[in-house]
Design a protein around this ligand. Structure first.
Ligand code: ZN
Length: 250
């Protein structure tokens, strides 16, 4: 389901069913001469399109305006759009506050950009993690009052937490590729891994007739194939099903 197309009664049903609500999170960034600038976000939105065919999920309109950085190339004529993390985290806080107020308690975001060391984090995912934490604390203090955590009703907090039930699990930010995926599939920037993924999931985002191997990071893209990409796609989908608590389609 696309959030923007849902009727209020469908939204109430999704809240009651704790249907996963998913934000595709990404950037617009130069990915070589052969690939579209939306690659990092398109990988997430296309994977969600596939999951939507097999399970009930609510897909939020994608957020493309993350902190791309100009580490890869300066933006002039290349297409990268960098929005600084100083404005992203208040945006994330407000967005998540809004979603909590609607009533959602099973909110997720997936990000591919700069997620090779997700445990440490990078500006876009850290901004959304930080905004999520701020939103949850403020929401709880507003709805339950200060001292909510110390109240005797919360005596089973640590047990709830291990069961995945506590309020800090209301919003989760995930990498599109886990460390396990990266161990089995090439993680790169506009190289074989990403180009293959697009060939498998969004072929219209690739034009190998425009390929130029001037930059070190794109050279391996010459080996890209839809077959390799399909392997990555399947690893990604398996991880997303698990992260969203969906039954495997296999
Ligand atoms: Zn990328």
């Amino acid at each position: 389901m696309r959030y923007e197309m849902m009727l209020p009664r469908q939204i109430r049903a999704a809240i009651a069913a704790k249907t996963p609500v998913v934000l595709p999170l990404g950037v617009l960034e130069y990915h070589g001469e052969h690939m579209a600038v939306g690659m990092d976000t398109l990988a997430v939105t296309r994977a969600l399109d596939m999951l939507e065919q097999e399970a009930e999920i609510v897909i939020l309109p994608p957020f493309y305006y993350g902190a791309a950085s100009y580490a890869v190339e300066p933006p002039e004529g290349t297409g990268s759009v960098h929005v600084d993390s100083n404005v992203l985290h208040p945006f994330a806080r407000e967005l998540f506050t809004g979603l909590l107020r609607v009533g959602f308690r099973n909110i997720h975001a997936f990000i591919h950009h700069q997620s090779e060391n997700f445990a440490v984090g990078m500006p876009t995912d850290l901004s959304f993690k930080f905004g999520a934490r701020q939103a949850i604390f403020a929401f709880l203090e507003k709805t339950r009052g200060e001292g909510w955590w110390g109240d005797s009703k919360m005596a089973d907090y640590y047990a709830q937490q291990s069961g995945g039930d506590d309020p800090f699990n209301w919003i989760k930010i995930h990498p599109l590729m886990t460390a396990d995926t990266i161990a089995e599939y090439p993680f790169d920037h506009a190289g074989e891994g990403e180009t293959s993924l697009m060939l498998a999931m969004c072929p219209e985002a690739v034009d190998m007739t425009s390929f130029s191997d001037e930059r070190w990071y794109v050279k391996s893209a010459a080996r890209a194939s839809a077959e390799t990409g399909a392997r990555g796609r399947d690893l990604i989908l398996a991880h997303m099903r698990k992260a969203l608590g969906l039954a495997s389609s296999a």
